[in-house]
Design a protein around this ligand. Structure first.
Ligand code: ZN
Length: 238
């Protein structure tokens, strides 16, 4: 029987890396896809490259300049919020939201799935311990699957790709535990939105929502873990 193939959206963070290893565990050959969207933290693409190689996946990096649209702390000169207000119940969608980013990325992932004969798309979206982004929620994912099936040749021919979200109902602690179970190279992942320049290296800021969520997830495991696991490793500047 032919090995099933899946596209995995790989940002280079903990969640998407865990998703890649879940896809591998479920027997899929993986086509990883990452996006250079002129993000503030484009260092995450270095992480994505290393993780794809470690996980035995093909890897495509697609250029989509979302800085031309801006209006986000990740793609414009807007300060990244620090201190975790959005993680303590503040309802507003945070300024790190990038206008319809996941709709754009999922659409391109779907295109790649069709082009490379993949029957599934894995995305590490999470609707529990997250910053409140609208394009990470289950109603959006269900609606996207329907739209993409209608928009594609594969869908119209009855071969619509499944949109799989294995992390959607997990807490960050669940994801951290799952990453450890699957022996994800966690120290290679990059989560921080606001890399700090420290001489020749970029280091996680340890204060943005992405850093704080990740640290909370590992803290809940009550293990003695190195800082490279808790926040990710500093990366040499390109
Ligand atoms: Zn950070």
């Amino acid at each position: 029987m032919k090995t099933p193939r899946a596209v995995v959206l790989l940002s280079g963070g903990l969640d998407s890396a865990t998703c890649l290893y879940i896809a591998r565990e479920r027997g899929f050959e993986v086509e990883a896809i990452s996006f250079n969207y002129q993000q503030r933290h484009s260092v995450e693409l270095t992480a994505a490259r290393k993780i794809a190689a470690a996980g035995g996946a093909n890897h495509s990096i697609i250029d989509v300049n979302l800085r031309a649209i801006g209006a986000s702390a990740l793609t414009a000169e807007i300060a990244v919020p620090k201190g975790g207000a959005h993680l303590q119940g503040e309802a507003a969608i945070p300024s790190t939201y990038v206008p319809v980013r996941n709709l754009v990325f999922l659409s391109l992932a779907y295109a790649l799935a069709e082009a490379r004969d993949c029957s599934a798309i894995f995305t590490g979206v999470n609707a529990i311990d997250y910053s409140g982004y609208p394009d990470c929620r289950p109603d959006f994912i269900a609606s996207f699957a329907q739209t993409a099936a209608l928009a594609s040749k594969s869908g119209r021919e009855g071969r619509a790709a499944d949109i799989l979200t294995p992390l959607i109902a997990m807490t960050k602690a669940d994801i951290a535990a799952e990453a450890m179970r699957l022996a994800v190279p966690i120290e290679l992942t990059w989560s921080c939105y606001d890399p700090q320049t420290n001489g020749e290296v970029l280091a996680p800021c340890e204060q943005c929502d992405a850093c704080l969520l990740r640290a909370q997830g590992f803290a809940a495991l009550e293990l003695q873990l190195p800082k490279e696991v808790i926040f990710g490793s500093p990366v040499k500047r390109a």
